[in-house]
Structures are given as C-alpha cells and as structure tokens.
Design a protein around this ligand. Structure first.
Ligand code: PMP
Length: 388
C-alpha cells in the first residue's frame, strides 16, 4: 500500500517539485535551463539569508558539500576545530583530516551540546583557521545555536562552517547576520528536492581565503576553480560547461525554492517549530523519551526517540512499516540499537504527524508497551491546533 516516508531525508516531496523533476531533460545550455539555474542561485541567497554570498550548486549528496568546503578552504597543516554533537561531526573531522588538517574534535556528551566556554577555551589556546558546527546532527536530533559560535569565530578570526544538511529551510539560518562563512546542505531534506544536489553558500571572506591559498585544491571535482566560473555564468544567464549539471534536479530545485520563499522563511521555520514541539509533547504523553537532554536543544526537523525498555526496536520499526509509516533506525554507533528517528521537515503537515502518532500507538499496543491509547494524538492536537 501507500506508505508515508517519515525518515530524516529523503522526505515526502511536494507534487510540484516531482512534476518539475519529470519534465523532459533540457540541454544544460538551453535558455530555459540557464534561467532555472540562475533563479535557483538567487533563491538560495534568500533562503540562506545571504544576499552577498556565493552560492554553489553541484551534483552530489550533502557529503560532497562538506568535502567541497574542506577541499577549498583547508590546506595541509591548518588547524580545524570540529564542534560535534554526533555522527556528522565525526564525519566532518574525517573529511578535514583527509586534506591534511590538524583537526581537534570537541564532542558533546550524548544528547547535549558543546558549551560556549569549552569552544572559547580551545580558540584561546590554539590558533585555528576554521571551525565547523553541525546545526542539527541527524544522528542525535540535537539542535545547536550557531549564532554565539559564529560570534566566537569572528572574535578569534576563525572561519566558521555550518553543516546545515538537516537544518537549512527547516531551522532558522541567518547566514550573513550571524557572520557564518559557509552554510551547506543537500537537496533531500528541508529543501524538499530528491537527493542528488550539494548546495553551499560561501561568504566573501571565505572566497578571499580560498583565492589566497598557497597550495592547489587537491580535489579535481570539488575545486571552486572549476565551479566558480560556472556559477558566475549562470548568474549572468550565460551558457557554460565544466561537468554536466543534474538538469532535472535543478529544475526541481527551482520549483522547491520557489515554494519555500512563497511560504516565507519565518512562517516556514515557525511551522517546523510548532509541529516538532507538539510531536515531542505527544511522545512524552505515551511515555517515550527523546535523545536530546533538554527541550531547548531538540531539533525541529527530526526527533530521535529511545525505544521503550520492554519493546524490541526492530519489531517496532517493522510494525510501523506494516502500518504504512517508514521511520529510520539509530545511527550513532554507541546507541544505534536503542533509538529510532522520525523526520518532520519540508512539506510536513500536522496530518502527517497525526498519521505517524496513530500508527505508533497501534504498533506500541501490539508490542505491549504500557500507555493510555489516544494520549499521543490528544497531546499533539492540544499542542498544535493553531487558532488561525
Ligand atoms: N550532515 C548532516 C547533518 C546530515 O544529516 C547528513 C545526511 N544525513 C549529511 C551531513 C550527509 O549528507 P548526505 O547523506 O546527503 O551525503
């Protein structure tokens, strides 16, 4: 039967986006396509709140966007501070290390964030070139506030790189106001476009640092020397070629970004907040515990939830599947089998989450979890119902 895909990416996509994806493939230099690409670059600046930023759209997943940031901005021997709240912080360390960086991993305890004091202490002790932060680590569902960390980066003259793969267009991102040098994501999460595009916005300062590199970028595909002229050409609505762009995906991206800006960033971020908060209240009403230690650091794009003590995790996910809702298992190695994840970003509506909660209540009842049936739905409705 028809199943609801509620994992933290890929997500359920808007019909308009899927329709755009299905249009006959144009030449990458066709006037129509040049227009779509140029529009997408302009719309990215609006979504990222970075009117003076340099956007990059390259075929690849979110990991390519991370790789591209590291390849272009880091040189062998550079010191990089990785502020980690889980699996994707660790991945960023691996990527920086691959380019010969001298990387320090500053990792939060499970379900927590790294304190600003700990970050400042590091920045005071060592001369770092860059720091990276994961806005929402999809493995823990922990939300970090990037603004004060960006302020620290400015204070110590360190480049700031935000992994926004699970946040851009779902959590608040004000790249220029906060002074973030790189904010990157992939298409398949809150942007709401099928997987396959790496999206990155670089500040003018980041571009300066890249231009003044002493060594060539040791990665052919990710090198901005190859991609910057292409982005500039599309911005100026001129034909160009380096590597064939993912034509259909970019047409879909234009449709997706148009829907995002039509909704309005503030309204969109608020929708994510309201739904996520009501969802957490619903989980707690049926005695489920979330992985983030505090409500203030719980992400609004996904929720990581511990399986109840007496319930077999694999059995619950499989029951949910039988009940037509696809959820994701755990990802962080040390607690992988102990929790599951629910994505609620992009086109997500209250009805989607009611469907998840209804299926969850049925599944948990079958698996003999102790709770009062109906409580999750009731709590969600109470938390959510907007007066307007
Ligand atoms: N960073 C974060 C925070 C993510 O959630 C993900 C994807 N789950 C990635 C990076 C990597 O993105 P991709 O899977 O598209 O390569």
């Amino acid at each position: 039967g028809r199943k609801l895909l509620m994992i933290p990416g890929p997500i359920e996509f808007e019909p308009e986006v899927l329709q755009a994806l299905a249009m006959p493939t144009n030449s990458h230099v066709a006037p129509h396509f040049i227009e779509s690409f140029g529009n997408s670059l302009e719309l990215m600046r609006k979504v990222w709140k970075a009117p003076g930023g340099q956007p990059f759209i390259v075929a690849g997943s979110g990991t390519l966007a991370m790789d591209m940031a590291a390849a272009n901005l880091i040189e062998a021997g550079d010191k990089v501070l990785v502020v980690s709240t889980g699996y994707f912080g660790r991945r960023f360390k691996d990527i920086f290390d691959r380019y010969g960086a001298d990387t320090k991993l500053l990792e939060a305890p499970l379900g927590e964030v790294v304190s600003l004091e700990a970050i400042e202490k590091e920045l005071k002790t060592e001369k770092y070139k860059a720091l990276s932060v994961t806005h929402v680590d999809t493995s823990t569902g922990v939300l970090v506030n990037p603004e004060p960390i960006a302020n620290l980066a400015k204070k110590y003259k360190v480049l700031s790189i935000l992994d926004g793969v699970c946040s851009v267009a779902g959590e608040e991102v004000l790249q220029e106001e906060w002074g973030l040098d790189v904010v990157l994501t992939g298409s398949q999460k809150a942007i709401g476009v099928p997987p396959g595009l790496a999206l990155l916005m670089a500040s003018q300062k980041a571009m300066e640092i890249w231009k003044n590199r002493k060594s060539p970028v040791p990665n052919y595909y990710a090198d901005w020397n190859n991609w910057l002229p292409i982005m500039k050409a599309y911005q100026e609505r001129k034909p160009s070629y380096f590597g064939t762009p993912a034509v259909n995906l970019i047409v879909a991206l234009e449709a997706g970004l148009k829907m995002i800006t039509a909704e309005g960033m503030e309204k969109r971020i608020n929708r994510h907040r309201v739904l996520a908060k009501a969802f957490r209240a619903a989980l707690s009403a049926i005695n489920l515990q979330i992985l983030p230690e505090r409500e203030e650091i719980a992400a609004n794009t996904l929720t990581a939830v511990y399986y109840p003590k007496n319930v077999d995790g694999a059995a619950l996910l499989s029951k949910m599947g039988q009940n037509d809702v696809i959820l994701a298992g755990g990802l962080l190695s040390e607690v992988k089998s102990k929790y599951f994840r629910v994505g609620h970003m992009g086109a997500v509506s209250a009805n989607d989450l009611l469907a998840v909660l209804g299926a969850l209540e049925r599944s948990l009842q079958d698996l003999k979890h102790q709770f009062e049936p109906g409580k999750a739905l009731q709590a969600f409705q109470k938390g959510h119902l907007p007066s307007a």
